[in-house]
Structure formats: structure tokens, C-alpha cells
Write a new protein. Structure first.
Length: 480
């Protein structure tokens, strides 16, 4: 039943109704109904629930670093109040006064209707104002996204309370700032609640084994089963959200520490400037050697040359920027001149022999080889305007590289596999110690080129090696 009544309202009350009228496209009756409904929900005389202060503080503490669901937030603070910072401030202080929370809120802003800068100050009980700060930050950010997205730029604890600063930004950074400052456990809780049986089983296994469980990426485990040196690139890149070669060294070391400790690959990792020390309890020498080489390969992929020394329970990774600079110089020389690779390797090998503290020359040569292969492919890619690597243009690039290092080779496509056969190689001629080192480096050059072109989408299988007494070298490139 509809009853029509004539009413008169003073300007003060019409102004209060304005946000609701705007929300309902000028429908005054709908605006009044909406306002009455909300007033009923917020009537503390009929809807408030008395709760012991200690229990309330416990509830607030348990919800620390967890965001409030949007529907709950909108029930507590009407989104239309975002249209006026002045009215929002008055409403909040009145609302928390009714709840007897003993807090006071001050809003300073550059524009009442569409603010791009807000400084909020909240005073009162510490546990309550932490929750309120999170609540209001969410409200201000979420309801600013359609106009001027507000990003939380700082949260400062003072003797009087908490100061929160928000400034104009973009939608992505605005939402991200909420997780950074107030929702650090949000994703964790959502994930555990999505698969409670799985995570309960994982936790129980770690507890029952006294944290001797190891949790690794499927690719890493597959490498272990295949007898390869495991690589951590996928895990590191997923955490960093960028290619491994774009990660600054300081961040790279921190990520390695996080991954190795949380995966329980090692007991702990200590970082001293650019040196990293891994403490482990492995007894098998083969396992320790794989750990050592895995760490070295990871830092090499990051673009840095490291010594990797292993003792009974420690692996020490020491940055060798001097060797890295020498490698960079050789790579640049090869890229910009017609010098033969074996000639440049002779210079580099002699340089390494003069460094008595270098414990593992093959590792240094591996790094040089892979970086050379990557650099030559990048140069070929630039000169020939290649946007995407295929087996065809990869073959053409390797033929170009073979010509530069005086090697005769042939290619054969066998289904999805590409057979690469070296019929004559001047580098493997005498098969003395140096030639074996050079041959090893050239093979790593090939691996570096393959990795640059296809990443993890291609694998390499060695069938024959000249240095093993065969009459030719042959490898199989298989697309995955």
C-alpha cells in the first residue's frame, strides 16, 4: 500500500539526502526509503550487541593484516559518503561514538568532493585504531577507483595514534598498496581455506619430520630424477615476477635465501654484502656437489660470476666481479670482431691459470661459454630482425656461429627433433687439457644459444662427442 504525504524539509536535511537522491537518479522517494533502511540497520538501540572488551580486542587482533570483505565494508559505511570528505568525517566520528570505541578521526584533504591527497589521523585505543585504519584505508581506496584512484603511501604510528596518507595513483598500485600495508595474510588465509585438507597434511608432515621435509618445484624434481643439475629459475622468476637476468643482485640473493630456506633445501642462508653462505646437513658428496653447481648456475643466469666452494656442511658463494668483467670484455670482442673463439679462450684460460684462488676453472669456462652463446644470438637476432625463434632460424644462426669458429656441421630434421652433427672441429684437434677445456666451453656456448632462443621449451641430448673418442659430435634438439 502506497500512502502519499506532503512534507517540508529544511535545506540542512535536503543536503543530507542529496547523496541518496544522486544514487537513485533523482528519485526522491527511493532516496528516502534507502536512508530509512540504513538508519534501521545502524540504530544502536535495536541492533547493537554488547561484547566484552577483551574479546573484542582478541577479535580485532586476529583480523590484523586481513582485509574486510567489500560487502561488509559497504554495510558499515555507505559508499555514497565518499562524495564529501567533510560529511564522511562527521559520520565516522558519530558512528564510533555510538559504538563507544573511544576513538577520534580527523581528515585533511585537498578537495572535499574529489580528493587526490588525504591525511587521516586516528587517536584512541591502539588495537581498535589499527583495525579502523585498515577499514578506512580500504573504504577510501575502493571508492576512489572510478574517479581519482588513491594509493596508501604511508602509515605512521605516533604517540597520539596513527597517521595514514593517501595520494592519487592508478588502480593497480592503489589496490596493491592495500595488500602491502593491511592485507599481508589475506592471500595466505584464502589459500588455506580453499584447500584445508591439503595444507593441513603439509603442515603435519613438516611438524612430524621436525621440518626436514623438502618442498620443490616439479621441474626441479624432474631434473633430479633425470640426473641433471637442478635449476631454480622458474621459482625465482615466479617470485620476482620478472626474468631472472633483470633481477638486481641484491634482490637475487634475498630471493635465493627465501627459496632455499622455505623449501628446506638448506638449513639456513647468510648473506654478507655480495657473499652468500649456505649451511646444510648433507652427507653425500654428490648431493653437495649438485647443490654447489645449482647455486652457481642460478647466479650465472642472473649475470654474475661466482666462486662456489664446498666444505663438509657449508657452501660459500663469493662474487668474482673481476672474472665477470673479463668475460664481458671477451664476449664484446667476439661480437664486434672476426677473432676466433679458441684464440680468445686461450687468453681467458691463461688469465684463469694466473688466479690461484680460482678453485674451479671449468665453472668459469662454463659461464663464459653460456654468456658467449647468449650474446652471439642476441647480436644475430638484432642484425636479422628476428622476433620469434624457430628451429629454422636457429639453425641458420648456428651455421653463422660455426663459420666464425671454423667448424663444419650439418643439420637434419627428424620429426620434432633437430639433429646437429659436427663433422670437423679444429678446436678438438689435439685433445690435450686445453683443447678439452675449449671444447667444453664451446659446448656451453651452444647451450647458452639454445637457452636464449627457446628457454625451457627445448632440451638438449648429447649422442656423441669428439673428445670421447668418436669421429664426430652429435646432439639432438627436442622441442617440448
Amino acid at each position: 500500500m502506497n500512502i502519499t504525504r506532503h512534507i517540508s524539509l529544511e535545506d540542512e536535511y535536503i543536503e543530507k539526502l542529496k547523496p541518496y537522491v544522486d544514487k537513485h537518479d533523482g528519485n526522491f522517494g527511493a532516496a528516502i526509503r534507502d536512508m530509512i533502511n540504513r538508519a534501521g540497520k545502524y540504530d544502536t538501540r535495536t541492533n547493537s550487541s554488547a561484547i566484552d572488551n577483551s574479546i573484542l580486542n582478541w577479535i580485532l587482533k586476529e583480523n590484523d593484516e586481513k582485509l574486510v570483505p567489500s560487502d561488509i565494508l559497504n554495510e558499515f559505511i555507505d559508499p555514497v559518503l565518499m562524495n564529501s570528505m567533510d560529511k564522511l568525517e562527521s559520520y565516522l566520528n558519530r558512528r564510533f561514538s555510538e559504538l563507544k570505541w573511544g576513538v577520534h578521526i580527523t581528515l585533511n584533504y585537498d578537495n572535499d568532493l574529489l580528493p587526490s591527497e588525504i591525511l587521516m589521523e586516528i587517536s584512541g585505543d591502539h588495537q581498535k585504531i589499527r583495525f579502523i585504519t585498515s577499514l578506512l584505508a580500504q573504504y577510501l581506496v575502493n571508492n576512489s577507483l572510478r574517479h581519482i584512484p588513491l594509493e596508501v603511501s604511508s602509515v605512521v604510528n605516533t604517540n597520539q595514534g596513527i597517521k595514514l596518507e593517501l595520494s592519487g595513483s592508478n588502480i593497480k598500485d592503489a589496490l596493491s598498496s592495500l595488500e602491502t600495508f593491511f592485507g599481508k595474510t589475506d592471500e595466505l588465509i584464502r589459500t588455506v581455506k580453499s584447500y584445508p585438507a591439503f595444507w593441513k597434511a603439509i603442515v603435519n608432515r613438516h611438524l612430524s619430520s621436525n621440518y626436514n621435509m623438502v618442498t620443490v618445484h616439479r621441474n626441479y624434481f624432474e631434473d633430479l630424477l633425470d640426473g641433471k643439475i637442478p635449476e631454480w629459475e622458474v621459482t625465482i622468476e615466479n617470485l620476482a615476477k620478472k626474468p631472472i637476468h633483470e633481477i638486481p643482485l641484491e634482490d637475487m640473493l634475498a630471493l635465493m635465501k627465501e627459496v632455499f630456506e622455505t623449501s628446506r633445501i638448506v638449513e639456513r642462508v647468510e648473506i654478507d654484502k655480495e657473499t652468500m653462505i649456505l649451511f646444510h646437513n648433507y652427507r653425500d658428496k654428490g648431493a653437495i656437489e649438485k647443490l654447489r653447481k645449482s647455486c652457481h648456475a642460478l647466479l650465472e643466469a642472473n649475470g654474475h660470476m661466482y666462486d662456489a666452494r664446498a666444505t663438509a656442511n657449508i657452501v660459500i658463494m663469493t662474487h668474482r666481479s673481476d672474472v665477470s668483467k673479463k668475460i664481458n670484455k671477451i664476449v664484446d670482442t667476439l661480437k664486434n670482431s672476426s677473432n676466433r673463439l679458441d684464440q680468445e679462450l686461450l687468453v681467458f684460460f691463461s688469465y684463469l691459470k694466473g688466479l690461484k684462488e680460482i678453485p674451479d676453472i671449468p665453472i668459469s669456462l662454463t659461464s663464459l661459454g653460456r654468456r658467449t652463446g647468449k650474446s652471439l644470438m642476441m647480436e644475430y637476432e638484432r642484425e636479422n630482425h628476428i622476433n620469434k625463434w624457430t628451429l629454422d632460424n636457429f639453425q641458420q644462426a648456428l651455421q653463422n656461429i660455426d663459420a666464425r669458429i671454423h667448424r663444419e656441421s650439418e643439420w637434419k630434421l627428424d620429426g620434432k627433433d633437430l639433429l646437429y652433427t659436427i663433422r670437423k672441429c679444429s678446436i678438438a684437434g689435439n685433445r690435450n687439457e686445453f683443447d678439452n677445456y675449449v671444447c667444453h666451453t664451446v659446448r656451453e656456448t651452444f647451450k647458452g644459444a639454445l637457452s636464449y632462443a627457446f628457454g625451457t621449451k627445448a632440451s638438449l641430448y648429447t649422442k656423441h662427442l669428439l673428445t670421447h673418442g668418436d669421429d664426430f659430435c652429435e646432439v639432438v634438439i627436442r622441442m617440448l
